[in-house]
Design a protein around this ligand. Structure first.
Ligand code: ADP
Ligand code: MG
Length: 572
């Protein structure tokens, strides 16, 4: 008897569901995309308990006949793809016919639908992929309700996060899809509360205003380009210098109406901001890219979050140039030249600092060897002339006074916070190529974990390649990493990665890795920082999201006001 057997369809579906359906937000995405494909102009989403209890999407689209309603939740059942050639000219959001079957396999699903023009519709109830009831129904369009997600796969259910976290992801998905489909009205309700109520908008701009308000749009610059011979157009909005943020948020790329993530295209945008943004500032942007369907491959990611471009280099240049020109134009036309001029002045001041300091132990962003305009880390207007003295106690603590406050810093913890945020954001990292690439041999599990996440690791400034035989080769590392620490750091990263649950959001993975690397690389006790280095470290710390804590939550600084001291000395 052969040992290999074909999996039953039910089991196949359970496995496939794992790829498409990571969490409630993936279901919302698939259902809304189906409603959009069905030509709906009004989509209503109702969520209970972060989508774990129930997700319902009602639309006013084309609906389905009874025959189609019976087919739609079967594996590879789709009305959107007829032949292999169709794969090269996809203009619908879906095409694989696996969303409904995947969702149906891991939940209790109820479909109510009627075809346009028909008076009687169909209602079908499916539990874990099996039809349990079918009857007539009257409805307009389609309503799909998904209850008790993962009720039959308890292991996966356990991995769902708190209701609020799941809801957050749902809001994210609906935000993206509703931004680009501005001509459709959307409602999102959670536990009876309206979270979004968007009327049909006249264009992208109006939809952005509906989401984020007038204030935000006022700080954004409209951009657009079109090259008919190449069949490409890009339009949208990018942040002006006034709209830069400390954290990466509200960055949206759409290709042919599909929200995508693409680190190369994001890089093109950041490239354009060099000289306009400090290294730890992030632009908001929203770009609607239209390309000939034949020049992209959308069939590369299970959840279709990533796509492949035939002409990536040209697109990269288009996006960079479009962004850069818009920024330049705005800069030239605005009377207020304050920001950039300030930067230039500060750059020269920084240059002085480093040259005095020679090889800075903590050089932070003071490396002026390349592209001076990028090296400024502080908002304009800060006083760089602070000449502070620091007192060192042992090799971990330094103390200073500022505005009558006595402050003690754990500079190890402070440095860890700064490094962590740089690594997490992948921005402002100085990367060193290694003269002799380093081979690191890992355990099989660790090796695979590293290979599986090589993109994320690269984004953090570590150029790692597969060398075969459980070995990877490291060609460059962030400059804060000591060459002798590379193996230990990779092993530690791998351990973290093997603990990570399948399907964890990239942000969580990056976060975990950044913590680990920062911890290895931050200044170890022993070494004392010079005055400038300490001042720079404190400035960088100020610019982080949470200057008061290291990534593990320990304090970075303690403050004592005179009143505090008086109390301690029992003077009051
Ligand atoms: P895909 O979207 O890749 O075709 P799905 O599993 O998401 O696969 O859906 C299967 C089919 O069910 C679709 O091709 C479509 O014909 C039909 N369908 C799903 N949702 C809707 C809807 N809201 N309105 C009309 N038809 C729908
Ligand atoms: Mg679909």
């Amino acid at each position: 008897m052969p040992r290999i057997k074909l999996l039953s369809e039910a089991l196949q579906n359970l496995i496939a569901a794992g790829e498409v359906i990571e969490r409630p937000a993936s279901i919302v995405k698939e259902l809304v995309e189906n409603s959009l494909d069905a030509g709906s102009t009004d989509i209503r989403i109702d969520i209970l308990k972060g989508g774990k209890r129930s997700i319902r999407v009602d639309d006013n689209g084309d609906g389905m006949s009874r025959e189609d309603a019976r087919l739609c939740f079967l594996k590879h059942a789709t009305s959107k793809l007829g032949s292999a050639e169709d794969l090269h000219r996809i203009n619908t959001m879906g095409f694989r016919g696996e969303a409904l079957s995947s969702v149906a396999a891991v939940s209790k699903m109820r479909i109510r639908t009627s075809e346009k023009g028909q008076t009687t519709g169909t209602e079908i109830q499916i539990d874990g992929g099996d039809v349990v009831a079918e009857k007539d129904a009257t409805s307009v369009g389609t309503s799909i309700e998904v209850r008790d997600l993962f009720y039959n796969t308890p292991a996966r259910k356990k991995f769902l996060k708190k209701d609020n976290t799941e809801l957050h992801h749902i809001v994210d998905v609906v935000t993206k899809l509703s931004l680009i489909n501005f001509e459709v009205s959307f409602t999102l309700r959670s536990d009876g509360r309206d979270l979004l109520r968007l009327h049909k908008a006249s264009g992208l701009k109006e939809r952005i205003i509906q989401h984020f308000g007038m204030e935000m749009i006022d700080t954004m610059i409209p951009v657009s380009m079109k090259d008919e011979t190449r069949g490409i157009s890009i339009s949208g909005f990018i942040a002006s210098e006034r709209a830069l943020r400390r954290r990466r948020a509200n960055q949206y790329l759409f290709v042919n109406g599909r929200p995508i993530m693409d680190s190369s295209l994001r890089h093109a945008i950041y490239k354009a901001y060099e000289g306009f943004a400090n290294r730890d500032e992030h632009p908001l942007y929203l770009l609607d890219i239209k390309l000939a369907p034949g020049s992209i491959d959308v069939n590369v990611h299970p959840a279709k979050r990533e796509i492949r471009f035939l002409e990536m280099d040209a697109l990269y240049d288009d996006i960079r140039d479009l962004t850069e020109n818009a920024l330049k134009e705005q800069y030239d036309s605005s009377g207020d030249k304050g920001h950039k001029a300030d930067k230039d002045r500060m750059v020269s001041h920084f240059a002085d600092l480093t040259s005095v300091n020679g090889a800075a132990l903590y050089s932070g962003k003071v490396d002026v060897s390349e592209r001076p305009e990028r090296m400024v880390s502080e908002p304009a207007g800060l006083d760089y002339k602070v000449q502070r003295r620091y007192l060192y106690l042992g090799d971990v603590f330094a103390a200073y006074t500022e505005n009558g406050i006595f402050c003690i810093v754990d500079h190890h913890a402070a440095h860890e916070r700064v490094l962590y945020e740089k690594l997490r954001g992948g921005i402002g990292l100085d990367v060193n190529g290694l003269l002799f690439p380093k081979q690191v041999r890992l355990g099989a599990k660790e090796y695979l974990a590293i290979l599986d996440h090589i993109g994320i690791i690269k984004d953090m400034g570590m150029d790692v390649e597969d060398f075969g035989g459980n070995t990877v080769i490291v060609r460059s590392v962030p400059s804060m990493i000591n060459e002798s620490d590379i193996s230990v750091i990779l092993e530690d990263m791998a351990t973290g990665l093997t603990d990570i649950r399948k399907g964890s959001p990239v942000e969580d993975i990056r976060d975990d890795l950044a913590k680990r690397v920062a911890c290895h690389s931050s200044i170890r006790g022993k070494r004392l920082l010079g005055n400038e280095q300490m001042t720079q470290l404190l400035k960088d710390l100020e610019g982080t999201d949470d200057p008061h804590h290291c990534p593990h939550g320990r304090p970075t600084r303690l403050y004592f006001s005179q009143d505090d001291l008086k109390k301690m000395f029992e003077r009051m």
